[in-house]
Write a new protein. Structure first.
Length: 151
């Protein structure tokens, strides 16, 4: 794959527009940047030749016990890979990296939310051990699962 993973600094956040349309999702981008600056969101990027190809974040406190429990459960947020770089193992590499970081930080569990109709993501997450269903619900974007992985 010839890329590397590194922590994202808040001032680099606009470069994530290489990965996803931040203008179209301005409210989400503003919230993520605020969380990044506060230290509640830790984000890593997969980078190759100076271009961001993917990102993943861990959120420490989501104010939802399905997602986070202080010191015990951490939330995997915003795993995304540039459309033209999908199916190359970047997403899997990022999740595995996030798992190792969560373990280093002393967490025993990780949670993730995934849309029920996002079959590639469901296959990835269940294959990496996110198999326990914490919640099945529906929001404005449709039906989704909250999945748990014990570390």
């Amino acid at each position: 794959m010839n890329g590397s993973i590194r922590m994202l600094r808040p001032e680099e956040f606009p470069q994530c527009s290489d990965i996803w349309d931040m203008e179209k999702h301005a409210d989400l981008a503003a919230r993520f940047l605020s969380e990044l600056r506060s230290g509640n969101r830790l984000t890593w990027v997969y980078e190759r030749d100076g271009l961001f190809l993917g990102e993943i974040s861990l959120v420490l406190n989501k104010d939802d016990p399905d997602y986070t429990l202080p010191g015990r459960r951490i939330y995997v947020s915003r795993l995304i890979v540039r459309r033209e770089n999908r199916r190359q193992g970047i997403g899997k590499t990022l999740v595995e990296y996030a798992v190792s970081r969560a373990l280093e930080m002393g967490y025993a569990e990780m949670s993730i939310g995934v849309d029920m109709d996002n079959y590639p993501a469901l296959r990835l997450y269940t294959g990496l051990g996110f198999r326990e269903i914490l919640f099945l619900g529906e929001d404005a974007d449709g039906k989704y699962f909250k999945l748990l992985k014990r570390l």
